[in-house]
Ligand binder design. Structure first.
Ligand code: MV4
Length: 458
């Protein structure tokens, strides 16, 4: 096992990794920007190294500075966390070339999944259902028309180098196809430096359901069920839950087994997530994330498996200590991503935390690097806390989440807590009747109600 791990990240995920290392008796090295000198991840870690100025490009994305920090501290392994360098194949390669262990999959698997066309092909070949569309990049209008004749309209043009919703074009009919193809290709080149685009049938009101897997690279592969992440705005998740209100045990077992077999055949190693669109009772693979995810705690809460600990064990060469039969799904978990943002406009709201009180009690978990007096920098992601609640049933979980959101005091900044309170008490959420468009439609209905009020006042 490693003696020392460098955590190449900040905020709540850096603390999450620190906690796993501590419990495993592994020393920790924090890296930080000048702006983050007083951050909690720096205060907790055994050692800390400043790797550059506030701008991420010069600090948390600064590969030479991070490798130097690993060298001077005699680090064994590097955990990239989420975002930043976590899915950068070049970073994974450099880490290994410098004699450190990358806590994550191989650079080859990161590359394979980073390209959405090769990712889909790899999964389709291995029996995982994918969205109908082009199996290869589309370059000409003629090719696009041919695929459109098979998929029908509406269809979606996506960038192969994209993901997370950037650079997509919805096409309603053939009159718009040529122009949309040109726009998509130009944007793909501009945003991702890869002009390859592909076509999919546009699914109208899908849920976003993802499957968590763990693979040791030695034949041991398990799934930890699904997470329903459909409550999103502009591709930013706000609430995630497990299990999904849309699935039963039989459906979970079926899709989970398909994922496990594909991932084993790929020779994949580490934690990973297969993202699906779920529509009319069917799963369609769209992307695979080759990192741990922000919402991993909901899977931990219902399985009792420490996913970060498993990532570290796998990277150190251990086989999985658990088999699929050891995974027992227990109760229900919901995560609220609490952002330092206005709860209606989502404008960032950085600032200094005044009073700070975290909720507690049975089934309540807070993953956060906040503390009273902490100054939230404006340079980074606005996620400041994750409130994760577990209950025996979905209903118990929602009741508990209600009281935990009410207990949580974060003064000095605006947060998304009021919106999350409203959403979890909405009839649609209570019934589990939502899809990826629900939140935007809800926000729009709030705006319309407001403008009607203004009209009647005038
Ligand atoms: C789709 C889709 C409908 N049909 N693909 C957006 C983000 C990226 N991960 C995939 N996305 C979508 N792909 C087909 N063929 C609808 C979306 C989509 C979406 C997906 C997941 C979560 C939220 C979303 C919001 C809008 C659109």
């Amino acid at each position: 096992m490693f003696e020392k791990v460098l955590i190449a990240n900040r905020g709540e995920i850096a603390l999450r990794i620190y906690r796993a290392c501590r419990e495993m008796g592994i020393g920790t090295v924090a890296v930080h920007s000048t702006e983050d000198q007083h951050a909690m991840h720096v205060r907790l870690a055994d050692e800390a190294v400043c790797i550059g100025p506030a701008a991420s490009a010069e600090s948390y994305l600064n590969i030479p500075a991070i490798l130097s920090a690993a060298t001077v501290t005699n680090t064994d392994a590097i955990h990239p966390g989420v975002g930043f360098l976590s899915e950068n194949e070049n970073f994974a390669t450099m880490v290994e070339e410098h004699g450190f262990t990358f806590i994550g999959p191989s650079a080859d698997h990161i590359r394979l999944m980073g390209d959405k066309i090769t990712a889909k092909d790899a999964m389709k070949e291995r029996g995982v259902p994918v969205v109908p569309g082009s199996d290869e990049a589309i370059s000409t209008f003629e090719e696009a028309k041919k695929i459109a004749a098979e998929t029908g309209y509406p269809l979606l043009i996506k960038a192969s180098g994209g993901g997370g919703g950037r650079g997509m074009q919805i096409v309603e009919d053939e009159s718009r196809l040529e122009e949309a193809l040109n726009i998509a290709q130009r944007e793909a080149e501009m945003f991702f430096g890869n002009k390859e685009v592909f076509i999919e049938k546009y699914l109208l009101n899908p849920r976003h359901i993802e499957i968590q897997i763990l693979a040791d690279g030695q034949g041991g592969v398990i799934h930890l069920g699904e997470r329903d992440c459909s409550i999103q705005r502009r591709h930013q998740k706000l609430i995630e839950e497990a299990p999904s209100p849309a699935l039963n045990a039989e459906m979970r077992e079926k899709i989970g087994t398909l994922c496990v077999n594909a991932v084993r055949d790929l020779g994949y190693k580490g934690a990973g997530t297969l993202e699906f669109l779920y529509s009319n009772g069917e799963f369609f693979f769209i992307e695979m994330n080759t990192r741990i995810q922000v919402e991993h705690p909901v899977s931990e809460m219902i399985t009792g498996v420490d996913l970060i600990r498993e990532q570290i064990r796998i990277a150190s060469g251990s086989k999985l200590s658990i088999t699929q039969d050891d995974i027992v799904f227990n109760g229900h978990a919901i995560e609220c991503r609490i952002n330092a943002e206005n709860p209606r406009t989502f404008m960032p709201s950085p600032g200094t935390i005044g009073d700070y009180h975290i909720p507690g009690g049975l089934g309540v978990r807070v993953d956060s690097a906040l503390y009273a007096g902490y100054k939230i920098p404006s340079h980074y992601d606005s996620l400041v806390s994750k409130l994760i609640v577990h209950g025996k049933t979905r209903n118990e979980c929602i009741m508990r989440l209600n009281r935990a959101l009410k207990e949580y005091v974060i003064s000095g900044i605006e947060t998304t807590i009021p919106l999350q309170s409203d959403v979890i008490n909405h009839a649609d959420f209570l019934n589990g009747h939502y899809n990826v468009h629900w939140l935007e439609a809800y926000l729009k209905s709030l705006e319309e109600a407001e403008s009607n009020l203004e009209d009647s006042a005038a």
